[in-house]
Design a protein around this ligand. Structure first.
Ligand SMILES: Nc1ncnc2c1ncn2[C@@H]1O[C@H](COP(=O)(O)OP(=O)(O)O)[C@@H](O)[C@H]1O
Ligand SMILES: [Mg+2]
Length: 272
């Protein structure tokens, strides 16, 4: 970890700042030849079939693909929630395969902030208590977590809702609590799986705008989605189909290729 990054990680929420542009790219996640199969009885069902890509510090990246293509399976590997059948995932240069379950849980708590489609908040806890939750498993010395949790809730616009329980909040507000919770341990990456899947279009828009603001403050975000329009709101789009990466391009290239594919399919329809 560079000093600059170490400082970033130790900074309070409001003080996160983007590393100077021009600094060399640092891979925070490296995925090498990743395979994952599930087993139905003795029969092997291959899901991920040789995935290779890196995620660099400060990126805002989408992993996009149709339902069933293996996105959530990949997220589980990136999030150290599951282990590969073969291949490696390096999280901040640490080989996930080398860790036992306890070490993996610790790494997860320290390096990754999760955001799920279903928000996954604890219903009986308040917004503030939900944000504090990850800090019970993994704490860094010298950080005033109660103060930080309050600052994060303020950052996501929920200063007035800290004592509310999830049932007293809207879907968008719940997702903002989940975002604050994901940030409380200053993770290396935010992993968001279909984060707007349960939200209306206006609220989805707010979440996307918020992700952009966070990214501008230096937070690395991986957003998993089946929605190509949403993917266009990031900077880099990795497309996965049937367990393989079929394209990995910056958002401008991706937009051009989407448009060309659409035009080609319209041409085909006209000629049929
Ligand atoms: N635990 C599991 N056991 C068996 N098959 C699974 C399991 N989880 C996912 N699958 C299968 O893996 C494929 C990819 O699933 P998933 O990664 O959830 O795709 P996506 O998130 O892109 O919709 C699907 O065909 C799904 O049925
Ligand atoms: Mg999924």
């Amino acid at each position: 970890m560079t000093n600059e990054t170490a400082n970033l990680k130790n900074s309070d929420a409001g003080k996160i700042s983007k590393p100077a542009s021009g600094s060399s790219k640092r891979a925070v996640v490296e995925v090498k030849n990743l395979y994952k199969s599930y087993y139905l009885g003795k029969e092997e069902v291959p899901i991920l079939k040789g995935i290779n890509f890196n995620v660099y510090d400060g990126e805002f990246l989408a992993i996009v693909g149709p339902s069933g293509s293996g996105k959530s399976t990949l997220m589980n590997m990136l999030g150290c929630l599951d282990r590969p059948t073969s291949g490696t995932v390096l999280m901040n240069h640490q080989d996930v395969n080398m860790l036992d379950d306890n070490q993996l849980a610790y790494l997860r708590g320290k390096e990754i902030g999760f955001i799920f489609q279903q928000f996954n908040l604890v219903p009986r806890l308040t917004a503030y208590e939900n944000v504090m939750l990850p800090t019970y498993a993994s704490k860094k010395p010298g950080i005033d977590y109660p103060k930080k949790a309050k600052e994060l809730l303020k950052l996501v616009g929920l200063e007035e809702r800290m004592k509310h329980k999830p049932s007293e909040l809207s879907g968008g507000q719940c997702q903002r609590v989940a975002i604050a919770r994901a940030l409380v341990n200053d993770p290396t990456i935010i992993l968001a799986d279909e984060p707007t899947g349960n939200l209306d279009s206006k609220t989805s828009e707010e979440v996307l705008t918020f992700f952009r603001e966070l990214n501008q403050k230096g937070v690395t975000i991986i957003m998993i989605t089946h929605n190509n329009e949403l993917a266009l709101r990031t900077d880099r789009v990795v497309t996965i189909r049937d367990g393989l990466i079929t394209s990995d391009e910056n958002v401008e290239e991706h937009a051009i290729h989407m448009k060309e594919a659409l035009e080609a399919s319209l041409q085909t329809e006209i000629h049929v």
